[in-house]
Design a protein around this ligand. Structure first.
Ligand code: NAG
Length: 352
């Protein structure tokens, strides 16, 4: 069957051309990934959580039609960004027993779907907290120094591109759905609470040798199909409050980018903001060849993700490339590719 791999081929070409046109001034030795389901390439397969996606129809447009634990029908931004730097086409998950340090030497993913900056967010779905992702990274450093030798490993670690992509779950799965943080913080205070964790995390990465860091922003999270389905009073439109919070938090991350670049010598932090491009796609889907924005491809398209999005639903769409969202919380591979292209333009500008 002609899968939409075909339809996204021109976009992949555009991505590669973008890199070539930048003449690869931005030398990147490896892609090292921290965050949530937006970049998890399969770590949750190895832990006890109900938040998984290593079953059909997840991955049906992935190489070999294989579910991998990525929350999409195909690849996710970490993969596209790796490919565009001439590295692996898919970034291996650190906890996947099929891979070892030789695979991780050019890219590794520590991300865990459902996690957040706030440790109480990772507790909600018992997934890997951010501090634990960092512990795995330290272990990786030791393994890499044994594998490559200390000098070469240090070089790889300092020339790697570090991707951080998380925060949505702190608001949608924690602040707005459980009572703990809401009884402690106003929404503004909670944003500053998360921002402090983000800043500490970047400083820790820096002290461990990281120099090129992409600090990911939040999507227009009020437009995720799940949030639309819940927005009954708003006629199932985008939840404006959630979108405003995402925009406010992104503005703070942007300020953090500027601050960190001033404070830490020879660091290169770039704020990677998926908000404007995703909002543009949702407002003008036909410009990008999409037909459906408000509902997801999987199952009824309103609320299913994880185990609810499974092969027993007769409603799952046949061509995901017409949909912005794959399940009620995550973009399709095609959307991921378009977002990656836009983020990469900014990364390249900054690193030149
Ligand atoms: C590698 O990096 C570590 C940590 O920064 C440092 O202690 C060590 O001296 C470095 N080794 C070499 C050979 O550059």
């Amino acid at each position: 069957m002609a899968r939409f791999d075909e339809s996204i081929r021109p976009l992949i070409l555009a991505l590669v051309l973008l890199l070539l046109s930048a003449k690869l001034d931005a030398k990147v030795s490896a892609i090292i990934v921290f965050g949530d389901s937006s970049v998890d390439t399969g770590n949750n397969n190895a832990i006890s959580t109900i938040l998984k996606s290593n079953f059909e129809p997840y991955g049906r447009d992935f190489e070999g039609g294989r579910p991998t634990g990525r929350f999409s029908n195909g690849r996710i931004p970490a993969d596209f960004i790796s490919q565009s730097f001439g590295l692996k086409e898919t970034v291996p998950a650190y906890l996947d027993p099929a891979y070892g340090i030789s695979d991780f030497a050019t890219g590794v993913c520590f991300a865990s779907a459902g996690t957040g900056y706030d440790t109480s967010t990772s507790d909600v779905l018992s997934v890997i907290p951010l501090w634990k992702e960092l512990e795995y990274y330290k272990e990786y450093q030791s393994r890499l120094r044994i594998y490559l030798g200390e000098r070469k490993a240090n070089e790889t670690l300092s020339e790697a591109l570090y991707l951080m992509s998380l925060g949505t779950n702190d608001f949608l799965e924690n602040y707005y759905t459980t009572s703990g943080r809401r009884s402690q913080f106003t929404i503004e205070q909670y944003q500053f609470f998360l921002l402090k964790i983000a800043k500490d995390f970047v400083q820790k990465l820096y002290s461990l040798g990281a120099r090129k860091i992409s600090l990911g922003g939040l999507p227009p999270m009020g437009c995720l199909p799940l949030e639309r389905a819940a927005n009954i009073m708003g006629g199932n439109g985008c939840n404006k409050e959630y979108n405003n919070v995402a925009a406010q938090f992104n503005a703070k991350l942007k300020a953090l980018e500027i601050q960190l670049n001033k404070e830490l010598p020879s660091i290169n932090v770039v704020f990677s903001d998926p908000f404007p491009i995703l909002q543009q796609i949702i407002k003008k889907p036909s410009l990008y060849g999409f037909e459906v924005t408000s509902m997801a491809c999987c199952a009824t398209g309103s609320f299913e993700m994880g185990y609810m999005c499974n092969r027993f639903s007769p409603f799952t769409c046949s061509d995901a490339s017409k949909y912005v969202f794959w399940d009620s919380f995550h973009p399709t591979e095609k959307t991921n590719l378009i977002i990656s292209y836009h983020l990469l333009k900014r990364v390249l500008n900054q690193f030149r």
